[in-house]
Design a protein around this ligand. Structure first.
Ligand SMILES: Nc1ncnc2c1ncn2[C@@H]1O[C@H](COP(=O)(O)OP(=O)(O)O)[C@@H](O)[C@H]1O
Ligand SMILES: [Mg+2]
Length: 175
């Protein structure tokens, strides 16, 4: 059986989590591996649609995702999870629970994220139309010990994807 692990991408809104996670998932599927994606935007419309963005609700959101990721990981699936997940304490809870856990810090300056603003959320947050928005009116704690850092304001999505794959090979999670 293939070795299961969870690749967890954390970063500011618009840093590039979804784009990189999808590119890595496609690459691993091409290699014939079993892959499942968990993405914040999708999960928040289904499994955790009752939750908001308070610190407590953010914890619950990640707690439920972690529960699912743990089940898949222990059954040999590669889980690629992309969530803002702004708190070190919460990410470390996921790491402890899941075990085979690789943290990717999708690093991008706030200025560049605001420039991208693909969904117009920063604009609304800056105008005060939405509250608890990470980077503007809610904290983002930089990961202390990520296995992988990709700098999306300095490299292309494809380069970031290749850097993740290369690091997974080096760590022994991929052949
Ligand atoms: N190296 C990179 N990796 C990922 N995205 C990048 C990169 N460089 C530029 N981008 C752009 O940044 C945006 C990231 O959007 P998205 O992946 O939806 O962010 P997030 O899921 O973190 O909110 C996309 O429009 C993408 O084309
Ligand atoms: Mg996203």
């Amino acid at each position: 059986m293939q070795q299961g692990f969870t690749l967890w991408l954390t970063g500011l809104p618009c840093s590039g989590k979804t784009v990189i996670a999808d590119l890595v998932a496609t690459e691993l599927k091409k290699r014939g591996l079993k892959v499942e994606r968990l993405d914040g935007d999708i999960v928040r419309k289904s499994l955790t649609k009752d939750l908001g963005f308070s610190k407590e609700d953010r914890y619950k959101n990640i707690e439920r995702v972690t529960f699912v990721a743990k089940l898949l990981t222990r059954n040999g699936v590669i889980v690629i999870a992309s969530f803002v997940s702004p708190y070190n304490e919460v990410r470390e809870m996921s790491r402890r629970e899941i075990g085979n856990f690789v943290l990717v810090y999708v690093k991008c300056s706030l200025e560049e994220c605001i420039k991208r603003d693909s969904k117009g959320m920063y604009k609304k947050a800056i105008a005060g139309e939405i509250s608890n928005f990470t980077g503007i009116s809610d904290p983002f704690e930089e990961p202390i010990n990520p296995e992988i850092i990709v700098e999306t304001d300095k490299e292309s999505p494809n380069e970031s994807k290749n850097n993740v794959i290369r690091k997974l090979e080096k760590l022994g999670y991929l052949e």
